[in-house]
Design a protein around this ligand. Structure first.
Ligand SMILES: [Zn+2]
Length: 221
């Protein structure tokens, strides 16, 4: 069993705390689905001393001015956008940003630009299948897939290309953010074929079997 901490959209006081190491010191790595300050992510990374993989959200700035040097991403973390990364034999791939709704922030894309991002991943997914016996374990994005956990407005619509990737390549998990959860009982996890689609809003611990192929995976909220 492998524990993964995922975060997005809102600072979670359980994470931004002196007891972070005590509480989550046993995670293998950390995933950020975006819209969080780089300073917060650096706090998590340096406190836990574990790899942190991220995609940018639509609210992420090109430059964040914290104490010290301005930065365009959390220092020490790995950007998963249009990349496939393997850690602890877990295969991860990511796509940043939300649907295009204005020109004010850099990480917004039309549906057709999102198709382009997803197609970029496809050769690597086939390589995974050949070498590792499966296409993908974790798909990490900021926006949700089309038809799942979408908001009612234009800005929070799901991405068609993400839904296609889930249908074809069936990763064990799709972690996303972008859609804020305000009420208890709002849907944050949906099973689609072999894929658990999870809105990781604030923070979440997920336990996965390292042999993901064909084995059921359990999730802790
Ligand atoms: Zn967002």
């Amino acid at each position: 069993m492998l524990k993964i901490l995922s975060v997005s959209d809102q600072v979670d006081p359980r994470v931004y705390s002196d007891s972070l190491l005590e509480r989550y010191g046993d995670v293998a790595f950390v995933i950020s689905c975006g819209d969080l300050s780089y300073m917060y992510l650096e706090f998590i990374l340096t406190t836990l001393n574990r790899p942190l993989y991220f995609v940018h959200g639509n609210h992420d700035p090109k430059q964040e001015f914290n104490p010290g040097e301005p930065r365009s991403y959390p220092l020490g973390a790995d950007n998963l956008h249009r990349k496939i990364i393997r850690n602890h034999d877990i295969l991860m791939a990511g796509v940043e940003g939300s649907i295009l709704y204005n020109a004010r922030t850099p990480y917004q894309y039309s549906q057709s630009m999102m198709w382009n991002h997803v197609f970029q991943l496809v050769p690597g997914l086939f390589y995974n299948r050949l070498v590792h016996g499966r296409f993908l374990d974790l798909f990490i994005t900021h926006a949700p897939p089309r038809g799942i956990h979408e908001g009612p407005d234009w800005t929070h619509q799901g991405i068609k290309a993400f839904r296609w990737l889930i249908n074809i390549f069936q990763p064990a998990f799709h972690f996303h953010g972008h859609v804020h959860l305000y009420r208890p009982g709002e849907e944050k996890e949906t099973v689609l074929g072999n894929t658990r689609v999870i809105n990781t809003y604030q923070s979440r611990i997920t336990e996965v079997h390292q042999d993901l192929q064909g084995s059921p995976s359990s999730v802790l909220g």
